[in-house]
Design a protein around this ligand. Sequence first.
Ligand code: ZN
Length: 488
Amino acid sequence: MKKTALLLSLILFVCCGITFSSCGCSKDTTSNFYDICVTYDETEKVLSGYETVTFKNDSENAFNELKFNLFGNAFRKDAKFKPILSGQDLTAYYNGESYGKMEVSAVEFDGEKIAYSIGGEDENILIVKLKDTLYPEESVTVKIYFSLHLANVLSRTGYNDKTVNLGNFYPVLCAVENGAFKECVYYAIGDPFYSEVADYKTSITVSSNLTVCSSGELINATEKGDKKTYSYTLKKARDFAFVLSSEFDLLTKTENGVTINYYYYNDLTPKDTLDISVKAIKTFSNAFINYPYKTYSLCQTGFIEGGMEYPCLSMISDALTDKAVIEEVAVHETAHQWWYSLVGNDEISHAFLDEGLTEYSVVLFYEKNPEYQVTRTELIGTAHKSYSTFCSIYDKIFGKKDTSMLRSLKEFSGSYEYVNIVYIKGALMFDYLRTAVGDTAFFNGLKKYATDYSYKIATPDSLVGVFEKIGANTNGFFKSWFNGEVIL
Ligand SMILES: [Zn+2]
């Protein structure tokens, strides 16, 4: 995600235009498979349908149940964990209070109904009881009938005047860690998601007036009466999302076999936004590892933060009006295609792994595309300033600050602390690392990290291990940044 707060704080510091803006689990779950079929009712604001999910047990444990995250349930009235920060709720719920929910009406195995329950800390987990124990290397397929009622909210999941955001719209298998399903609670700070890659086949039926922006590659479109059905496929992806709108214009460019789409309705320079997204795909493909999918879609939408990443799809807020900010958010979200999407991580426990490296990738982008006239020195200087201000404010308020990076989303006091530790300190860590080991080792390390952990889950130990393996001897360096000892 791109925090608007970060953008604003950084822009204030910039004078000329823009911006700065684990042992790794090695499970490669390409065998997990979702076949999702949904219909969107525009009048009721309800998405309903089913998914057939195949789960392969790659762990060393046996399972008697499967667990799925029901992210849509965070929007219900009595949710314990609200999806929107309290200071942002008036903006996000711009039409007043509104609620949503995710309901499961049946679960089937082999055509027969099987038992399930809704549990977790906040009715956020679907627990499906298996008829037979699932042993290692075995697979099971279940069919889940569900409906998602949308709130009127500028969030990842919800509808607004211009668009319908369908992020996290289906029951998502919890990631398996140490032989157990890891449940995600919907924290309002950060992106509270943790999932493993799977293959997807999806179809969505919508009113004919709606254009669908999707994570997948379109394989078929049919029209019946006033409805259209679009079918997509996507292999080895960490998630799948849609954004719907009757307002979208579309610009498209194909480069190196990748079709890059920009769906927009409120951008004075849409061609420039598309161009910078194309350059970002190219720059990061050269710097890290080739973008492996056939499409990438950036779509403008109603959203409370600057933007939000999903595999092969990024949301960018229609509230952004400054050209340089729109472009910087486009670069940030595109960098997430490498850090979060390809190289996955537990975004609840190790948010800096994707956000810090994504923010530093923005620095690399401007460095490698000098026509935008933003330098590394300028960007890192801005980050330093922002972080120093944060440190002195925290010293004054609390007498002592905690700058450790190894902490969960729930351990951050608020957005300001989260942005400074995760985004800004995270980005600074990568810049200091680069200075310490030199450009050759640094870029070799990032390439190796992207190569070794694509489609997998990386942890902080994975990152350290990669640089140790290339002989950079950085264990002490990372330790001092992770535990907050380093003084900047
Ligand atoms: Zn981000």
